[in-house]
Design a protein around this ligand. Structure first.
Ligand code: SAH
Length: 399
C-alpha cells in the first residue's frame, strides 16, 4: 500500500475540487514542495486539514495530477483500478458486440475516472497509453486489473511522458500475451484498417473520427470528387471511395503517407492507382490547384493543432480562417467542406466564428449541414468539458 500525504489546497480552489473538478493545477496547490515523487497519492485538504479529494501526482502538460476519488476511505489499489475498468467496459458493451467495428476506445482518461490513462481496443488487442510518469507508477496494478477484466490476445503500451505528450521510443511497446500481426487488420463500420501496434507513436487510425468517416461515406460522397488534406493514412479518402466518390485526392507532407494510403486502399479492395496520393505541403498544393483551376466537390480539412514544415508554421487557433479560405477557393459550386480540428485551445463557438469569418471575407454564403464532437467511447467528464476537444463541421458552400 502506498503512503498518502496531505496536500494543502488554496481556499479559492476548494469548492471546485469538492464539486468534482478533476485536474490538479499548480496554482491551486499551497505547499508545492510537499508533492514528493510522481505517482504519490495525495489527500487534498483545506486550511483546516479537512479532506477534499484523493489525487495522484503526475506531470502532464500544465497539470500536476488528477483527482481519483472524493471518498476519504477509498484505497487506490488494483481493486480500485479494476472497478474503474469494469465500469468503462460496461459503458461500451454495444461496441464489443458490434461485429462491423472492432476498434474503439475502452478507457478515456478522466472521463472514465483516471486522468492520464487511456486504453484502446483493436480486435482483441489492448493498447494502454500512459500520459505521465505518475500514472506509470501504477502499471502493475492497472495491468492486473485489465487482465482480470477482459479476455485479450495481447497487450501493448505507449509512453507519452514528457510534458508535451510526445512519444517515448524505448522498444517496450509490447507487454503481454501474444504479439499482434503486422499489420493487424481491424474493422470500422465494415471498412478495414491496417494497424501497427509496435511502430512508433501513431498506430494508423485516429479513432475519434469514426462518426465523421461514416457520415462522409453514407451521406455525402456518392459521385463526388474529394480532396483529403492532411490525409495521414488516407482514412477519409477510403471512406469517401467506399461511399462512391468518383475520385479521391489525398495530400500529406509525410513520406510515409504514400505507402500507408496505398495499403489502406488495397486492404479495402480499391485499386490505389485510380486515386491520387500526393506527398506535398498542403499549402503548396492549394496554390497548384488554384493555378490549374482545379475544383473539388468535397474538401476535407483535418490539420494538426500545430505543425511546422520547412516554409510554414500552422497553428489552428491562428491560421484556421486562412486554411478555410484556401479550401473555399478550390471547392465546387455548392461544394462541401468538412472542417475538423482537435485543438483544445478553442471552443466550438470560436470555431464556428472562424468559419463565419472565412466565408464573409470571401463574400460567399454557406450553410452548416451538421457538426460533431467526441463519440460515446471518448467519454468526457461532465466536470471537465474542456476535454471534448474534437470539433467537426460539415459546411455547404452556397454557389
Ligand atoms: N486526417 C488524418 C489525420 C491527420 S494527422 C486522419 O483522418 O487519419 C495530421 C497529418 O498532417 C500528419 O500526417 C502530418 O504529416 C500532416 N501534415 C502536417 N503539416 C502538413 C502540411 N503543411 N502539409 C501536409 N500535411 C501536413
Amino acid at each position: 500500500m502506498k503512503q498518502e500525504i496531505d496536500l494543502l489546497i488554496k481556499p479559492e480552489f476548494v469548492d471546485a475540487y469538492k464539486d468534482g473538478y478533476p485536474l490538479l493545477t499548480r496554482e491551486s496547490i499551497a505547499n508545492i514542495d510537499k508533492l514528493g515523487k510522481q505517482g504519490q497519492i495525495l489527500n487534498l485538504v483545506d486550511s483546516k486539514k479537512k479532506f477534499i479529494a484523493k489525487a495522484y501526482y503526475g506531470i502532464q502538460n500544465k497539470g500536476y495530477g488528477w483527482v481519483l476519488s472524493l471518498d476519504k476511505d477509498e484505497k487506490i489499489d488494483s481493486s480500485f483500478f479494476e472497478r474503474k475498468i469494469v465500469d468503462a467496459i460496461k459503458y461500451r458493451e454495444d461496441f464489443y458486440s458490434d461485429s462491423y467495428t472492432t476498434a474503439f476506445r475502452v478507457f478515456n482518461t478522466q472521463g472514465d475516472g483516471i486522468g492520464g490513462l487511456s486504453i484502446d481496443y483493436f480486435d482483441g488487442y489492448y493498447l494502454i497509453t500512459w500520459y505521465s510518469e505518475g500514472i506509470y507508477v501504477f502499471k502493475e496494478e492497472i495491468l492486473k486489473a485489465l487482465k482480470s477484466a477482459v479476455k485479450y490476445k495481447g497487450i501493448y503500451q505507449k509512453k507519452r511522458f514528457d510534458v508535451k505528450g510526445s512519444f517515448l521510443e524505448d522498444g517496450e511497446d509490447f507487454i503481454s500475451g501474444s504479439t499482434a500481426p503486422c499489420p493487424l487488420i481491424v474493422k470500422e463500420n465494415g471498412v478495414n484498417f491496417a494497424i501497427y501496434l509496435d511502430d512508433g507513436a501513431m498506430v494508423g487510425v485516429f479513432l475519434d473520427q469514426r462518426e465523421v468517416r461514416k457520415t462522409l461515406r453514407d451521406k455525402y460522397s456518392k459521385g463526388k470528387t474529394t480532396l483529403n488534406t492532411f490525409s495521414y493514412t488516407g482514412a477519409f479518402s477510403v471512406f469517401a471511395s467506399m461511399g462512391g466518390a468518383s475520385k479521391t485526392t489525398s495530400v500529406d507532407l509525410a513520406k510515409r503517407s504514400l505507402a500507408k494510403t496505398k495499403e489502406q486502399f488495397s486492404i479495402n479492395k480499391i485499386d490505389a492507382s485510380t486515386q491520387d496520393i500526393i506527398v506535398e505541403d498542403v499549402f503548396h498544393y492549394f496554390k497548384y490547384a488554384v493555378r490549374k483551376k482545379l475544383s473539388f466537390d468535397i474538401v476535407v480539412l483535418d490539420p494538426p493543432s500545430f505543425a511546422r514544415s520547412k516554409k510554414h508554421t500552422f497553428s489552428a487557433s491562428k491560421d484556421y480562417v486562412n486554411l478555410l479560405k484556401e479550401a473555399i477557393k478550390i471547392s465546387s459550386k455548392n461544394g462541401l467542406i468538412v472542417a475538423s480540428t482537435n485543438s483544445a485551445n478553442f471552443s466550438m463557438m470560436t470555431f464556428r466564428g472562424f468559419i463565419d469569418r472565412a466565408f464573409k471575407e470571401l463574400k460567399i454564403g454557406f450553410k452548416v449541414q451538421e457538426s460533431f464532437s467526441l463519440a460515446k467511447d471518448f467519454r468526457v467528464d461532465p466536470k471537465f468539458k474542456e476535454d471534448n476537444y474534437l470539433k467537426v463541421v460539415f459546411i455547404k458552400k452556397l454557389t
